[in-house]
Design a protein around this ligand. Sequence first.
Ligand SMILES: Cc1cc2nc3c(=O)[nH]c(=O)nc-3n(C[C@H](O)[C@H](O)[C@H](O)COP(=O)(O)OP(=O)(O)OC[C@H]3O[C@@H](n4cnc5c(N)ncnc54)[C@H](O)[C@@H]3O)c2cc1C
Length: 430
Amino acid sequence: MAEEKFDAIIVGGGVAGTIASYLLAREGLEVLLVERGNFAGSKNVSGGRIYSHSLEKIFPNFGQEAPVERKITREKISLMTEESNVTLDFYSDALGKQGSDSYSVLRSVLDQWLAQKAEEAGVQIISGIRVDDLIVRDGKVCGVIAGEDELEANVTILADGVNSLLAQKIGFRGELKPDQVAVGAKEIIELPTEVINDRFNCRNGEGTAWLFAGTPSGGRVGGGFLYTNKSSLSFGIVCTLGDLIKANKSVPQMLEDFKQHPAIEPLLKGGKLIEYSGHLVPEGGLKMVPKLVGDGVLVIGDAAGFCINIGYAVRGMDLAVTSAECAAKAVLAAKEKQDYSESALKVYRTNLDNSYLMQDLDLYKKFPHFLEETPRIFAGYPRMAADMLADMFVVNGQPAKPLMKNMFKHVQRIGIANVMKDGWKGVRAL
Ligand SMILES: Cc1cc2nc3c(=O)[nH]c(=O)nc-3n(C[C@H](O)[C@H](O)[C@H](O)COP(=O)(O)OP(=O)(O)OC[C@H]3O[C@@H](n4cnc5c(N)ncnc54)[C@H](O)[C@@H]3O)c2cc1C
């Protein structure tokens, strides 16, 4: 193997790496994928919902063929305080329509399926080996160093996830900053299919995506999530690292408290914990995107910071797929010209700029900062919503007060000017 030179070496067998390697091998390139976990997906974490538009471009029957859990047809968003939960519940067929469909997935299952597709297309996969460094000659990346082995390639694609030490080693990015990442903790809780259907009001094969702001992350920037799988729930929290430092409890404790919340506990009752994981999430948006292209090297997926969290939608996997596709196209064009220089591979950046990926990152570029500077979203507004609804729904024999007066009282606690300012800034950030 030391003598063999590959067309491309891909580091990391997550969604980005498996797709990039599949697309290149499908066109006849000699491709090696190196994954440090025992198998693709063994170390990977997602809340659990993939927007399938980008995968359906590559596998047109993705929704039917891939080992997905449930098609998401119900969206819920909650503002939670210690003792209350205000929820917006949206069910619509439109959510499940081909092209705008999304699915709950388990990464250990999905990533293995993608790796199998890659292997069938001819990708050589080595798992259980970590890439320690890159071979760099005269400023050009010429392959990877994994343990004793030096493996050479015309192009190396870094798909090694959010904390890409390799991109850092070649100076494409600095160390991650606390405000660029969130810490995620997740449990998979097993429950019978019928119990999930009943508790979440789901038809067979259909599922719910549910996001929470407020107490799950201790009133800090972050939130909770719950996705229904076939016979399990993906349940967890994320909290921005920069804000976690100020929190008065740890992430595991936040998760434990979230599970005990009176609106949540009955939904999990009788469930069996079958998996626990923790992972970082890139949350810095456009500002954390590193240098993406060099001589003989490209950066894709989370390693490139391609993730969008706008409170009501979390997207990393569809961006990982699209970046893999843009990179694969650039490598195929470079192969055609036999030129793997930075200037030849730069078409990757052009492909990204022409796709929704960079346009969406650009659209939402102010949002991470908006969250940081508006702590009321996580502490003040859940309380305001709960108090308003309590005043509306509680009937206790005391003389009723005019509705507007009641509502106004709660808005005043935050301040009308603040509410208007936050609303205006939020709308502009989206
Ligand atoms: C708690 C949480 C909730 C999320 N929720 C969602 C969601 O609901 N929907 C969504 O779309 N996205 C979600 N995301 C984001 C999504 O998981 C990521 O955007 C996605 O996994 C990125 O894929 P990737 O292939 O770039 O990176 P990863 O999936 O992280 O894969 C990187 C791979 O590289 C391997 N690797 C790393 N270093 C090396 C090395 N040196 N040598 C060899 N292999 C290496 C790792 O083992 C891993 O397999 C969530 C993330 C978290 C943490």
